[in-house]
Each structure stands twice: as structure tokens, then as C-alpha cells.
Design a protein around this ligand. Structure first.
Ligand code: IPM
Ligand code: MG
Length: 355
């Protein structure tokens, strides 16, 4: 029996996780064989256990086949020392589990093309995949810190990649492209950074192993511009940790709302952590108005990538697509004074479609 660990987290995390759990229960009733266990990550873990990635959670996820995560963070914990902040817990679990490959698919649902911040014609039928390196780069580089030099306070971080870190994420991108439109655009800052020079060299080497996939390289500033100028030119975007963080938030708005985008963080053996790319939205926490779709689509990615349950994954994705095509809109997808469906209504409706 496959083991799942559910980490609801902070802010809107618990209420969107509750919708994913309803969906999961429905799939279990339909024959999906999984066990689930809850654990704490982020601010709730700091409050309950004194650390954002406590020992008990480390143990729980160690033997899990997959982890489903809501969201972490909130103003309540922002003033804590860095190692106690919710975000440190998220980075620690990614690193601890070795989840180096972050997949962020960006798809525009046909009936939501008019909700994009860009003209409909620019985003219609958009389908791109951001492959973000997740356990290296400036997020983890040493040395880092705050210090005083010649009487001036200074903050510093280190950008570092070795060839193996680049090679393995490049393979993920090229393999993904094989199942898509067979185009990889690697994004770096090679004109300024040595780490990007190495990145580009290694991506070229890996590309040679995939003759049927075309490779291109783009500087990150240009990529940010091209993403809003002509996003459909991209199939797979391969990039480093920091650039992928920034570009994926930017790309999300092309779809109408960041509340729609799921992500998968995986390693070679298929173990993965699945979470919406959005944050914990403390301003709307507890109001039953968060969009649970990114969370539910994250569960679909979990079923596909970690459990090999493609049929269940498709069912969930189809239910979401059907709901949207029937005109269901969460608050983030509605106009200012338009009516919207609540978090629970959307979760229940998706369960209804699966039943
Ligand atoms: C993301 C988030 C995280 C990141 C934060 C919360 C640490 O923005 O998953 O994109 O920067 O990776
Ligand atoms: Mg981010």
C-alpha cells in the first residue's frame, strides 16, 4: 500500500488541503489503495513542535511514497530568526528528501483565457512547462549570512552549481520535452555569471544526448520579457532555482490566476512533494474563498508522478476542467462584484463529478 503524508501547513493551507482530502477519499472509495498520515510543516509546526520541519515530520516523510503540501508562511512568523521561519521548513524538506526537480506546468483553460492579464490571443492554448532546479543554486549556497564589514552591515549569499546538479535537472527537462513539443529553452544569465556559464555548457552536453529535442538558450531578463510578449514560443523552460521561482510566478498570471497552478518536486526514484505554487494567502485564510484548484491539481500530479496512477490523475484533471467549463469561478477568477463559488463548494462539486 502506498503511503502519503499530508502537510496542510499555514494560512489557506488547511482549507484547501481539506478539499484535496475529500477528493482523495472519493478516489479511495473508487479503489485507490493509499494510506494517509498528517504531519506539521511551517508555522504550525513552529507553534506545535518548536521547529518548522520538526523531527516527527522528518520521520513521517522519510518512508512516504509522496507528500502533499498546502502552503506555509504568514506574518505571525516573519520576525522569527531565519532558521525558525516557515519557509526554512519548506526548503529543508525539499533538501532533506533530495527533491531536485520542480515541475511547474502552465496551462490556460480555454474558458479562462479572458481572465488572463494579457490579451486572449497571446495566451489562448498556452501549454508550457517550467522545470526548475530546486535543491541548489543561491537558495542553498554557502557561505551566506549577515555580517559587518568596515562598519557597514552586509548581507551575502553564494550562487553555486556543480555539473552533476545541472546535468540531472537538464535530463529531467529533455525527457519531459520528449513527451511534449520537443523543445527546451534553457534560461540563464551567462553574460554575467560563471555559474550560468557552467549551466549553459552542461545543458549543451546533455542536449547532445537528445537529438530529437531542439535546445535554445535565453538570458533570464530576455526570458522574462518574452514570457509576456509571446509566451507560446516556449515548450519546456529549464532553469535554476531562483530564476525558476521568479519566472513561474510571472507565468502563472498568464493563466488568469496563480490559484490554478500545481507543482511537483521530485527525485529520480519517483518520491515527490506536491504543492500549489501559490503561498498561504493569510489575508483570506479561514474565509472559505481560497481557490482549491491548484491544490487539487497538485494531488493529480502526485497520482501521476509518484503513484503511477495515470487514470485517477486524468479523472481529477477532467473534473476540474469540466467544472471550469461549466462556468464555476472561485473568488480569484471573478470580477470585483461578481458572485463566486467558495472553497468548499468547489471541492464538493469536484467530488460530485468524480462520484
Ligand atoms: C515557491 C515559493 C518558495 C520558493 C518560498 C516559499 C520559499 O516561493 O515554491 O515558489 O521560493 O521556492
Ligand atoms: Mg515562488
Amino acid at each position: 500500500m502506498k503511503k502519503l503524508v499530508l502537510l496542510a501547513g499555514d494560512g489557506i493551507g488547511p482549507e484547501i488541503m481539506a478539499q484535496a482530502e475529500k477528493v482523495l477519499s472519493q478516489l479511495q472509495a473508487d479503489g485507490l489503495a493509499v494510506t494517509t498520515q498528517q504531519a506539521n510543516l511551517g508555522g504550525c509546526a513552529v507553534d506545535a513542535e518548536g521547529a518548522p520541519y520538526p523531527e516527527s515530520t522528518q520521520q513521517a516523510v522519510q518512508n512516504a511514497d509522496a507528500v502533499l503540501l498546502g502552503s506555509v508562511g504568514g506574518p505571525k512568523w516573519d520576525t522569527l530568526p531565519r532558521h525558525l521561519r516557515p519557509e526554512s521548513g519548506l526548503l529543508a524538506i525539499r533538501k532533506d528528501l533530495g527533491l531536485y526537480a520542480n515541475l511547474r506546468p502552465v496551462r490556460v483553460f480555454p474558458e479562462l483565457a479572458d481572465r488572463s492579464s494579457l490579451k486572449q490571443s497571446i495566451v489562448e492554448d498556452l501549454d508550457l512547462l517550467i522545470v526548475r532546479e530546486l535543491t541548489g543554486g543561491i537558495y542553498f549556497g554557502q557561505p551566506r549570512g549577515l555580517r559587518e564589514v568596515d562598519g557597514l552591515r552586509e548581507g551575502f549569499n553564494t550562487l553555486h552549481y556543480n555539473e552533476e546538479e545541472v546535468r540531472r535537472i537538464a535530463h529531467v527537462a529533455f525527457r519531459a520535452a520528449q513527451g511534449r513539443d520537443k523543445r527546451v529553452c534553457s534560461v540563464d544569465k551567462m553574460n554575467v555569471l560563471e555559474a550560468s556559464q557552467l549551466w549553459r555548457d552542461v545543458v549543451e552536453e546533455v542536449a547532445a544526448e537528445y537529438p530529437e529535442v531542439s535546445v535554445s538558450h535565453m538570458l533570464v531578463d530576455n526570458a522574462a520579457m518574452q514570457l509576456v510578449r509571446e509566451p507560446k514560443q516556449f515548450d519546456v523552460i529549464l532553469t535554476s532555482n531562483l530564476f525558476g521561482d521568479i519566472l513561474s510566478d510571472q507565468a502563472s498570471m498568464l493563466t488568469g490566476s496563480i490559484g490554478l497552478l500545481p507543482s511537483a518536486s521530485i527525485r529520480a526514484d519517483g518520491v515527490g512533494l506536491y504543492e500549489p505554487i501559490h503561498g498561504s494567502a493569510p489575508d483570506i485564510a479561514g474565509l472559505d474563498r481560497a481557490n482549491p484548484i491548484a491544490m487539487i491539481l497538485s494531488l493529480a500530479l502526485l497520482l501521476r508522478h509518484s503513484l503511477g496512477e495515470e487514470a485517477y490523475a486524468k479523472k481529477v484533471e477532467q473534473a476540474v476542467a469540466q467544472l471550469l467549463s461549466e462556468g464555476w469561478r472561485s473568488a480569484d477568477l471573478s470580477g470585483k462584484d461578481e458572485p463566486f463559488k467558495t472553497t468548499n463548494e468547489i471541492g464538493d462539486a469536484i467530488v460530485g463529478l468524480l462520484a
